[in-house]
Design a binder for this molecule. Structure first.
Ligand code: FE2
Ligand code: FE2
Length: 287
């Protein structure tokens, strides 16, 4: 059995290399004939309030041939914490807009004998009613999942690359982590996958692989250094989870035709940031 994780497509209604890469990655994924595809968020380019990006993303993701689900990232619904990126805090309205286009932001999908569990990392610590609903749903997971082995997917990693980075910019916030750990410990978790860090890294926890999946849109270079992401492969691609005899084997996979680019080299990113009110000149970038 085969599950593919694609993440951080950052699709724009303006087109550009992020869209080209998403389309190429999807063609590559379709050729691998997976049983299931999971998109772990940052579906859209930058601004959670830009509906045109969601519409374009919907069209592109419709090209995925296998059954698939998506999860929201901070660029899709905003983020929790005191200083959310570009002042876009996660709100009920932004979560509702995401759900209207891409379906529920938490789910259990049966794939063969396995349960693929996905939930919204941007709600932890938000204080929104949706956070309380998600906690209640997490409490009920053992019943929803039954005896099946579990793969857990989120946009931001459950655990940050280092304890001092356990904050809502990087991962699930430190105040929420112990409760989440306790709830996940009730499940037979055989693997974790997340996005957000725009690099590929494979570590392990209690014998289960922990994957930080590479983006398809742009590499981490300009946005975050190793001190934030931890060591990893800064190359665009997707992750293939081979599943056999109860064991999950993740592999970095990359189509040869992805356009490797750094965040601010991409015209549609610069336009999106400018439209959000960023003064690009101040950070030394020509819009
Ligand atoms: Fe991202
Ligand atoms: Fe992100």
């Amino acid at each position: 059995m085969k599950i593919i994780q694609i993440t951080d497509t950052h699709i724009s209604h303006l087109g550009g290399t992020t869209n080209v890469n998403a389309e190429r990655a999807i063609r590559f994924i379709n050729a691998l004939e997976p049983d299931f595809v999971i998109h772990t968020g940052d579906v859209t380019i930058m601004d959670p309030d830009e509906d045109r990006d969601r519409a374009t993303a919907q069209e592109i993701l419709a090209g995925i041939a296998a059954p698939w689900r998506a999860l929201p990232g901070n660029h899709d619904v905003g983020e929790p914490g005191d200083s959310p990126f570009a002042d876009r805090a996660v709100t009920s309205e932004r979560v509702a807009a995401y759900r209207a286009h891409f379906g529920d932001d938490r789910f259990v999908e049966r794939v063969g004998e396995w349960a693929v569990v996905g939930f919204n990392s941007e709600l932890f610590g938000s204080g929104l009613p949706e956070e309380a609903e998600q906690w209640a749903w997490l409490e009920g997971l053992p019943e929803l999942v039954g005896p099946h082995p579990v793969l857990v997917f989120t946009h931001k990693p459950v655990r940050a690359p280092s304890p001092e980075l356990q904050n809502p910019h990087v991962a699930v916030g430190a105040e929420s982590l112990p409760r989440l750990e306790e709830l996940l410990a009730r499940l037979d978790v055989r693997g974790y996958g997340s996005g957000h860090l725009h690099h590929y890294a494979l570590t392990a926890r209690d014998g289960a692989p922990v994957v930080s999946a590479p983006a398809t849109a742009f590499t981490a270079g300009s946005s975050a250094g190793d001190e934030v992401t931890g060591p990893g492969l800064k190359q665009l691609g997707v992750v293939e989870y081979g599943i056999a005899d109860g064991v999950v084997t993740p592999r970095f996979r990359a189509p040869a035709d992805l356009v490797e680019a750094d965040l601010l080299e991409i015209a549609s990113v610069r336009e999106a940031l400018a439209a959000m009110g960023f003064d690009l000149a101040q950070i030394g970038v020509e819009a």
